[in-house]
Design a protein around this ligand. Sequence first.
Ligand code: AMP
Length: 144
Amino acid sequence: MSASVRSILEVKGRDVVTIGPNVTMAEAARTLDEHKIGAVVVVGMENRIVGIFTERDLVRSIGRSGAGALEQPVSAMMTANVYRCSESTTVNELMEVMSSRRFRHVPVEESGKLCGIISIGDVVKSRIREVETEAEQIKAYIAG
Ligand code: AMP
């Protein structure tokens, strides 16, 4: 039985760094740096998710348009069709989605409300913990 997103959020907390769609990419870059994170969730009215903007999008926009891109709004480069999960999603499901769709961040939503974010680092940490627990159990079984 794979661990759930809920078990990760109970340890890391449910705070999510968000920005509005009209914020410039330069400001978004400052936000990523300030919080030492790789992605921000873009929210509109009533905190509804309208996109996700990650360091990958920032690099892509500078690669295409040069430094001038930094003054454009994040809405120009964010991904608007955001894949989300719920607290009951399993870590194994997320691992599958992140590797097949090639992204490293998934916001968590419950009843239309943003209530957390899972990064690939959280998924890896959770899997390592599971594997270590399994190994301990097997060792204890063999010894006893
Ligand atoms: P990442 O690996 O998370 O930096 O994201 C790589 C690309 O996928 C970027 O263009 C992101 O905007 C996009 N992306 C990241 N997370 C998601 C998500 N949960 N749903 C849809 N697109 C995403």
